[in-house]
Design a protein around this ligand. Structure first.
Ligand code: BES
Ligand code: MN
Ligand code: ZN
Length: 489
């Protein structure tokens, strides 16, 4: 349960109350809370510096047994992400301690720095996202998520924003859905299974969903998509999800790369590069989860999800380097490297989306290039688009949700690098440099719409270490960003 509560400390019951504290500014106008803060700050070991914490027990005039003070650092440096992290951090700590009921006191005097709904949203989000445990594959479930999370605030604010927890919960559940799909081991999400899992979730919402199987894909000639699946015992799928009014003025299409395991194919990846390649369907997971989330939120935009799903494996039937295939759009592609499979399944999905749905805007999400991780590291996505407005809007949405994106160029002259001697285009660039760009340029040759953006999430889709509000594994990167962007689309 996630809710806004307004009761005094004398009556507020929980196993612990969290109080955020700045080192230099008062965050609370309520005297009863500020008195506690001053009491905590009298101690040598707590001054409210960033990430400093102290727990005090059995405080006078406080019903809850514990008050946990959390350092936020300097007031001027507090950002929405500081609140998100604070909430997630506390929730993850309390899960380990076995708590089931917690309260977080909402700063009331900080509206000067960040507007109150943003503070509420950030704390709700951090708490909800931090309250996620992926233990499906553990016999013994050591930890349980916290049952009840309450945000302590004034009666006026609790009333004004009473709808907020419900909305944030839906968005966080969408993010967690994507995370869980990404974290699922590859033997349990073969293309057919993953497609079915999406359908099962989608059927519960106001979404039209269809899955094209191998036979149908062959008939339609999505040969680039099919070529990647050739080496696997599991055949390809294309999931189509439709949401929104048929008479809408604008159509947005989201495309997500769904490689349930990327071994590299005949160009087999070396050990060290294989172990996490179950995450190569994170784009698909983000798109499917976003579709489900916007349906639950009841957004007004018409949105189509197009999700190609395959497993990239080496075998006697696998596609070879040197093979030439005819893509759905009709252009021939020379396979230079079977490990550059993402772009193959995406071009057919994009071409199919354009032909079938005539969208105004296409956004694709894909764990496309290791080179993008080289360029931007593990936490920032690369964004490619000829459309400045779209790129800026996506970057700005990502800024709000702290799913950071950085724009990279699509230089015309680099197209030289993906020319083929024998076919119309090659899936491997002739230079080893600028791999994220040449991958995006390859897609751009097929993205023939007025507005297209490609988001390379190879870095941020998966977290080996986890963070304040995301455990190790899939991160659900993209879901919150896209939901935020949809508000403006
Ligand atoms: N799925 C990988 C990209 C990737 C790498 C995602 C690391 C997440 C972490 C993609 O299919 C791939 O293998 N790309 C190759 C392309 C190369 C063969 C041109 C790469 O990045 O090395
Ligand atoms: Mn690959
Ligand atoms: Zn891949």
């Amino acid at each position: 349960m996630l809710q806004l509560i307004s009761v005094g400390l004398k009556k507020a019951s929980a196993e612990v109350i969290v109080v955020p504290v700045c080192e230099d500014e008062k965050l609370f106008s309520e005297k009863e809370i500020e008195t506690l803060v001053q009491q905590a700050k009298k101690l040598k070991e707590f001054k409210g510096k960033k990430s400093e914490t102290i727990t005090l027990y059995n405080l006078p005039n406080v019903k809850a047994k514990r008050v946990h003070f959390f350092g936020m650092g300097k007031g001027s440096e507090v950002k929405p992400e500081t609140y998100r992290s604070m909430a997630g951090n506390c929730v993850q700590q309390f899960i380990k301690k076995g708590f089931s009921e917690i309260l977080i006191a909402i700063p009331s005097a900080s509206n000067k720095i960040i507007e109150i709904p943003i503070v509420l949203e950030s704390i709700l989000e951090g708490a909800c996202l931090g309250n996620h445990i992926f233990d499906k594959y553990k016999k013994e479930k050591k930890n349980k998520p916290i049952k009840s999370i309450g945000l302590l605030t004034t009666p006026a604010i609790a009333k004004q924003y009473r709808q907020l927890p419900g909305r944030i919960k839906i968005i966080c559940e969408g993010t967690i859905l994507a995370r869980n799909w990404v974290s699922t081991p590859p033997n349990d999400k073969k293309p057919e299974q993953f497609a079915r899992a999406i359908v099962t979730k989608a059927k519960k919402e106001k979404l039209k969903v269809r899955v094209l199987n191998e036979k149908e894909l062959k008939k339609l000639k999505l040969n680039a998509l099919l070529a990647v699946a050739e080496g696997s015992r599991s055949s390809a799928r294309l999931v189509l999800m439709e949401y929104g009014p048929a008479n809408a003025k604008k159509t947005v299409t989201l495309v997500g790369k769904g490689v349930t395991f990327d071994s590299g194919g005949i160009n087999l990846k070396p050990s060290g590069s294989l172990e996490d390649m179950k995450m190569d369907m994170a784009g698909a997971a983000a798109v499917a989860a976003t579709m489900i989330t916007i349906a639950r939120l009841g957004l007004k935009t018409k949105v189509i999800g197009v999700i190609p799903i395959v497993e990239n494996m080496p075998s006697g039937t696998a596609t070879r380097p040197g093979d030439i295939i005819k893509s759905y759009a009709g252009k021939t592609v020379e396979i230079g490297n079977t490990d550059a499979e993402g772009r193959l399944i995406l071009i057919d999905a994009i071409s199919f989306a354009i032909k079938r749905y005539k969208p105004d805007t296409i956004i694709d999400l894909a764990t496309l290039a290791g080179a993008c991780v080289m360029a931007l590291g593990e936490k920032i996505a690369g964004i490619f688009s000829h459309d400045d407005d779209l790129a800026n809007a996506l970057i700005s949405s990502g800024g709000k949700t702290y799913e950071r994106c950085w724009r990279l160029p699509l230089p015309d002259d680099y197209k030289e690098l993906i020319k083929s001697d024998l076919a119309d285009i090659k899936n491997l660039a002739s230079s080893r440099w600028g791999g994220a760009i040449t991958a995006a340029l390859f897609l751009s040759e097929f993205a023939e719409v007025s507005s297209w953006a490609h988001i390379d999430i190879a870095g941020p889709a998966y977290s080996k270490k986890g963070n304040a509000y995301c455990p190790k594994g899939g991160t659900g990167f993209g879901v919150r960003l896209l939901c935020e962007w949809m508000k403006t689309a």
